[in-house]
Every structure is written in C-alpha cells, then in structure tokens.
Write a protein that binds this ligand. Sequence first.
Ligand SMILES: [Zn+2]
Ligand SMILES: [Zn+2]
Length: 90
Amino acid sequence: MTRILRCAACSRRVRAHHPHIGVEDLETGQEFSYHAREGCQERAALETAARLERGKVYAMHHYHSSRCPDEVPGWGCAGGCFDTPLAVAN
Ligand SMILES: [Zn+2]
Ligand SMILES: [Zn+2]
C-alpha cells in the first residue's frame, strides 16, 4: 500500500523514506506531513502552535530518513535528518 504524502506547507510531495515531520490530530487521527527542510519545518511549528491555541491536541512525529544510521534517532542524529529543533515546546 502506497500512501502519497504531501507537505502541508509547500504542497509538494513528501517522500516517505526521506526525513519528514508528521503532525497528528489526536481526535481525528488525521496527520499533516511537512518536509524536514527549514521553511516547511518552520511552517509546521507555526501552524501547530496556532492549532494548539484553538484547543486541539496534536502529537508530533519525526520520521527519519530510511538511511539514518541511528537505531533510536533523535535530535542531532547521525543521519543529520533535522538540523534545528522545532521551537514548539514551551
Ligand atoms: Zn514542504
Ligand atoms: Zn535521523
């Protein structure tokens, strides 16, 4: 099954094996995808902050590249998937 993901910021395709961000609406299960690159990542942070202000509950997922060498990757992973942490927390 192939799911075609589109970036909610630039509306271009998101390749599932490339690093990307998923913002999941915990009520509906709908998930918005964003590219890991700077502009789209920023947009994800802004849009998520705006939705949170309206009382929605979201979970943010960080999908690492399929070539990311870390087994439990996080920020600053060896694959360099995400350069800057999102300024969503706080
Ligand atoms: Zn994008
Ligand atoms: Zn990674």
